[in-house]
Ligand binder design. Structure first.
Ligand SMILES: [Zn+2]
Ligand SMILES: [Zn+2]
Length: 375
């Protein structure tokens, strides 16, 4: 069986972006085969791979999930296993998460479970939020629908190897709106003949940031980020006739998020109408909030206590998103965080690198959780 550090470094050398993870999937299939799972499902929701370890006895189905994709960021760190693909890097630690799940496969091969089934899911396209919903929508998913689903994410800034836990919302929901306005251009010397989106864009930019307060939502529970704005062309002879605004919306729960998104889209449409503009609103990169089930969190806590690992109780949800939240629709779910160390660069930073020292901690945690359900 492959050494897990070697496996992580091999994945790190050959990063692939969301939706393009075919070589990564092939690499995983090669090493999974050595662990003799009962069944392997391929091309699940894209390049996803699921390995099923079936005891043949009645019991629960437990799903453990990791992610396949890397990021379109140039790695500036200099590990000996540095990315060989220019402009792409495993800078969220998904290489480490894959090594952890491969480690679980190796443990289950050495000591098979006594009851129920374990599904090890290597999920595609997490970074764009498309992967988890695509896996859920794939008809092949019906055969592996879990009673419980677990995932971890490494977390820079948290002490190395510490386990971070929280019931309820752990990560915000998020979604990006592209609001595109169309009016009419004119000569720059005759702006009175144009229908320019200038004022609509200005009003939207200032209003969207204060939208949560206007809706009476606790501003701590939501976040609006104006990400990109465009008005006309970089020219001096034209009064602009079109413009775009990209804004990202985040909220602690899916219900709050739905309210925020609906209000923002309505406000943008009203703004367009007021200024005589046409508008199209596109919705992008939708992530559900991660709503951690209490029983599942208790199982993670028991595992950490059993392994003597330090636990940190997280009081407020993270403002970042994880598409693992989508699995709440299929069963009881919990995502926990695993500390990558106080001095580890942040996720998506160009010099980030998953710390090898926590691979075994992750494997131990998932094995302990699995044994609780499946023996
Ligand atoms: Zn990421
Ligand atoms: Zn990630």
């Amino acid at each position: 069986m492959i050494d897990l550090l070697d496996f992580r470094h091999e994945l790190h050398r050959f990063p692939e972006l969301s939706g393009e993870e075919s070589v990564t999937a092939t690499r995983i299939l090669k090493y999974l085969g050595e662990c003799s799972p009962s069944q392997i499902i391929n091309n699940l929701g894209g390049h996803g791979v699921a390995a099923i370890f079936d005891s043949g006895e009645a019991g629960e189905t437990v799903l453990l999930r990791c992610e396949l994709d890397a990021l379109p960021i140039l790695e500036t760190g200099q590990p000996p296993y540095r990315s060989t693909v220019d402009g792409k890097g495993h800078l969220c630690g998904h290489d480490g998460h894959m090594a952890i799940i491969m480690g679980v496969a190796q443990r289950l091969a050495k000591r098979p479970i006594a009851r129920g089934r374990v599904v090890l899911l290597f999920q595609p396209a997490e970074e764009t939020g498309i992967g988890a919903p695509s896996v859920l929508a794939d008809e092949k998913f019906a055969a592996i629908r879990p009673d419980f689903a677990y995932a971890l994410h490494n977390l820079p800034g948290m002490p190395l190897g510490h386990i971070g836990l929280k019931s309820g919302s752990l990560c915000f929901a998020s979604e990006g709106l592209n609001m595109s306005f169309l009016g009419r251009t004119s000569h720059a010397s005759h702006p009175e003949d144009a229908i320019t989106p200038q004022n609509a864009l200005v009003e939207l930019m200032s209003t969207l940031n204060s939208l949560p307060e206007q809706l009476g939502i606790d501003p701590e529970k939501t976040l609006v980020t104006i990400c990109h704005a465009r008005l006309g062309l970089p020219a001096f002879g034209i009064t602009p006739g079109d413009g775009d605004l990209f804004a990202a919306f985040r909220a602690e729960t899916d219900a709050l998020q739905a309210k925020l998104i609906a209000s923002a889209a309505q406000y943008a449409r009203d703004c367009a109408e007021k200024h005589g503009l046409k508008i199209t609103v596109d919705y992008n990169e939708k992530f559900a909030a991660c709503d951690n089930d209490e029983t599942a969190v208790a199982n993670i806590r028991d595992a950490a206590v059993g392994l003597n690992l330090p636990i940190i109780d997280i009081d407020k949800p993270f403002r970042w998103s994880e598409d693992f939240g989508a699995f709440s629709a299929a069963g009881k779910t919990a995502l926990f965080v695993l500390g990558s160390g106080k001095n580890c660069p942040q996720l998506h930073a160009p010099d980030y690198d998953f710390p090898d020292g926590i691979i075994n901690t992750g494997v131990d945690m998932f094995e302990q959780i699995t044994r609780k359900h499946c023996g």
